[in-house]
Design a protein around this ligand. Structure first.
Ligand code: HEC
Ligand code: HEC
Length: 349
């Protein structure tokens, strides 16, 4: 590696001045803080946890600004220019990572994963409502491909990725994005970019009392770690759900709200199905789209909302683009009914 400015996972800057010799510039809240507080809103979460005694994550790394840029391009544009100066091939011919994942915060309360509050939140931010979890804070999580994903990809594949973010990135590139395997330097570049999306303490929305506890020297570190970890999810839960038993009836006891259904249609379905999107199946806000969708709802067809949302479609040889399904934490049965109500309303206008 040539001389370069590095950032470690604590946000410290390191200037490499010789083989193995670094000049470290510590951005310590402690040394700058007038009020002599232990922690500040801008402190990176991983750094605070480490200061309180937690081990480094397996995926922590020192990274350069160049790596962040390459990682950002891989995620947002699907390819980059490698350290050898050559343009890489696309990771996936079919999608960008952001076809299925946001890069911004998507939940008002980071300690719950709830599709209803998420939909409201992403709407105010003008970002889509998707199957994959956001990359914001992904380095702060401790496991990936949780719960029922083992059913989809099998123990052997998920087992490697479950506690390993690098392997999760690789799994997603190859399986979820139906792309090629990424090289080790590409995965590190993506990780470097992910580290720039880590939570800081301000993201955790601590109350004034909680701030006091965190900065109280008499309180032991273990209690502080526990408090911090109660403010965000260490994993994004994923439980699969079933299609309605009777598609004509829908999910029992739920009344759809077309106004909410409109948000789902626009922030989710159109994100991929609009003209020029990732799917051949083009939807818009004209009557034909709604009539087409509405007539399949009660049928035993993968065009039925109940089927497509709960199970998605699968990549087949010769046709790789597929639709990932929504786990219950990404779309609720109530929301499926809301979407149905909107589609049926528009189809009958
Ligand atoms: C076609 C949709 C799709 C594309 C494209 C895609 N992903 Fe995913 N990804 C998913 C789904 C669905 C999951 C599982 C749900 C989740 O996020 O937890 C997932 C999971 C992940 C996870 C684990 C998240 C977790 O908390 O479990 C990582 C890391 C990841 N993807 C990285 C990437 C990267 C990097 C790219 C681009 C190279 C990418 N993904 C492209 C759909 C996609
Ligand atoms: C992350 C991207 C993405 C999102 C979000 C998404 N879809 Fe899809 N969907 C796809 C892809 C890709 C296919 C595969 C279509 C193809 O073969 O071109 C597909 C297939 C379908 C199909 C079957 C079409 C066929 O030709 O087999 C239907 C119906 C469908 N989607 C409806 C929806 C609805 C309704 C929503 C909103 C809840 C939605 N999709 C959200 C990507 C997405």
């Amino acid at each position: 590696m040539k001389d370069a400015l590095y950032f470690d996972t604590f946000g410290n800057m390191k200037w490499k001045i010789g083989a193995g010799i670094y000049l470290v510039i510590i951005f310590s809240s402690f040394s700058f803080n007038q009020e002599n507080k232990l922690f500040n809103p801008t402190d990176n979460l991983s750094r605070v946890l480490h200061q309180l005694g937690e081990d480094h994550a397996l995926h922590s790394l020192d990274y350069t600004e160049e790596q962040v840029l390459m990682g950002k391009q891989l995620v947002l544009e699907g390819r980059t220019v490698g350290p050898d100066g050559k343009r890489t091939r696309y990771v996936s011919k079919h999608y960008m990572c952001t076809t299925c994942h946001n890069t911004q915060r998507e939940d008002p309360d980071l300690s719950v994963s709830e599709p209803e509050t998420r939909l409201d939140y992403v709407k105010t931010k003008g970002i889509p409502f998707l199957q994959g979890t956001t990359f914001k804070g992904i380095v702060n999580r401790e496991s990936w491909y949780n719960d029922d994903y083992v059913k989809k990809y099998g123990e052997e594949i998920v087992g490697k990725a479950h506690k390993n973010l690098r392997e999760s990135i690789q799994l997603c590139a190859v399986e979820c994005a139906q792309g090629r395997a990424m090289k080790a330097w590409e995965i590190d570049a993506v990780l470097a970019y992910f580290w720039t999306l880590e939570y800081n303490l301000a993201d955790l929305d601590l109350s004034p009392e909680e701030w006091e506890s965190i900065n109280e020297k008499a309180i032991d570190n273990e209690a502080k770690i526990k408090l911090l970890k109660s403010k965000y999810l260490q994993k994004s839960p994923a439980h699969f759900f079933q299609s309605a038993a009777d598609k004509k009836e829908g999910y029992p006891g739920l009344e759809g709200n077309p106004d909410i259904g409109k948000d789902i249609y626009e922030l989710s379905c159109l994100h991929c199905h609009q003209q020029g999107g990732v799917s051949h199946y083009v939807l818009d806000s004209k009557a034909l789209s709604f009539k087409d969708l509405a007539k399949s709802i009660p049928k035993n067809s993968h065009f039925s909302l109940y089927q497509i949302i709960a199970y998605g479609t699968y990549a087949i040889p010769g046709h790789k683009p597929y639709m990932p399904h929504f786990p219950a934490e990404r779309m609720s049965k109530q929301q499926v009914e809301d979407l149905r109500a909107y589609i049926e309303l528009k189809a009958n206008e």
